[in-house]
Ligand binder design. Structure first.
Ligand code: GDP
Ligand code: ZN
Length: 370
């Protein structure tokens, strides 16, 4: 059993609870797992399986109003059964969400109330500043504070140089050199998750921070999480429970209390946010083609088979590599895909970083033209 502070409870949430609510039998709890509208709640009274109340469901405006992993809720507990009913979701301090396709595109919460985002890169050929910058801006957009983790420093002889490079690219963002294999940087990560003050002047217990990791597949996120959790290895197995109707439901543990303090959110949805990695290198092709596109006959030319297409003409004349055009088309398809898939905040971050990239590309051509 944990204190509310150990679960990340803070003034931000307590100030939302009206006197009448705190006096009633409603209890604050944190959503640690979700599966088909069954929620695993952690509270000062222990762990509960919960569903939302009928009234809550009736009053809900959109999918994003449903509880998500990391949310703080007010629930009524039936301690003897270990079950609970969610009556309210407290306002979120930060959120990661995605758009899901259905009758209409709806926002779905991927992770709520994340305080710290570790943007992870590994110190080998995967190292890419642009990518790190995108993870950092994604973190800021969510409302969380980013930090950069450069993992696999055991494989790299010039780790400090990479650190300096990352520090100058992401001003004011803390950079940690880590090795999940050797143990470097793990204490630093754990310490950040514990919050600012281990002992506060007022004697109040410190609020644990909630962290999430963003990074391409293979950079060592799972290994880092396991190192931070120590012996309590990341529980990827799911827990089976029976609901009221006797059906079996599973809720995976997606929010984990770290033994050294702090909490970790690791949901499949968070890992999916890394989709836009694919646009790597495509932005460069973009600048070149955009310049040619200005000379196409039709303003909305897609550079496929349209007459008077300057881009196709450049391919024919071998002044433009056909692979570059293919990359461009790939980007266009991806853009469409992302537009359907992702939340506007995420997209805003991407547009911003794409604009920055575009500026760099344009500068490159301007300088070359001199
Ligand atoms: P994820 O996809 O980001 O979760 O990455 P994993 O944690 O699954 O790690 C991918 C691979 O990198 C595995 O083979 C790990 O053993 C390896 N790995 C992870 N961290 C380190 C590290 O710090 N140093 C070295 N040398 N290998 C690592
Ligand atoms: Zn064209």
């Amino acid at each position: 059993m944990y204190s509310l502070e150990r679960l990340g409870w803070s003034e931000f949430f307590s100030s939302q609870c009206k006197q009448t609510e705190t006096n009633s039998e409603l209890v604050a709890a944190r959503v640690a797992g979700e599966n088909r509208e069954m929620y695993r709640l952690l509270s000062a009274n222990g762990e509960f399986m919960a569903e939302v109340s009928g009234k809550f469901r009736h009053e809900i405006q959109s999918r994003a109003d449903f509880p998500g992993v990391g949310d703080w809720v007010l629930a009524s507990m039936r301690s003897t059964e270990g079950r609970a009913t969610v009556h309210r979701v407290l306002a979120r301090k930060s959120k990661f969400s995605r758009k899901i396709a259905g009758k209409k595109t709806e926002e779905q919460i991927v992770a709520a109330n994340v305080d710290l985002v570790f943007a992870v890169s590994s110190l080998n050929s995967e190292f890419n500043l642009r990518r790190l910058e995108r993870y950092v801006s994604l973190a800021w957009e969510s409302g969380a504070t980013p930090a950069i983790v450069l993992n696999k420093c055991d494989l790299c002889e010039s780790a400090e140089e990479f650190r300096a490079e990352a520090e100058s690219a992401a001003m004011g963002v803390r950079v940690i050199l880590a090795s999940a294999v050797r143990g470097d940087g793990i204490a630093e990560i754990s310490e950040m998750m514990c919050g600012q003050s281990k002992t506060t002047a007022s004697g109040a217990p410190p609020t644990a921070l909630t962290a999430a990791l963003l990074g391409s597949s293979g950079v060592g996120k799972s290994s880092l999480i396991n190192s931070v959790l120590g012996k309590e290895l990341l529980d990827t197995g799911s827990v089976r429970d029976c609901d009221d109707k006797g059906r079996h439901t599973t809720t995976t543990r997606q929010l984990i209390v770290a033994p050294g303090g702090g909490l970790l959110i690791d949901t499949p949805g968070m890992r999916e946010l890394q989709l836009w990695d694919a646009r790597e290198g495509i932005a460069q092709a973009f600048g070149e083609i955009e310049r040619l596109a200005a000379m196409c006959k039709f303003r909305d030319c897609k550079h496929e088979n349209e007459p008077g297409c300057a881009v196709q003409a450049a391919v024919e004349a071998r002044t433009l590599d056909v692979e570059r055009l293919e990359s461009f088309h790939k980007l266009a398809r991806e853009e469409k895909f992302l537009a359907a898939k992702q939340d506007s905040a995420v997209r805003a971050a991407q547009t911003k970083s794409l604009k920055t990239m575009m500026k760099q590309v344009n500068r490159f051509y301007r300088d070359r033209g001199r």
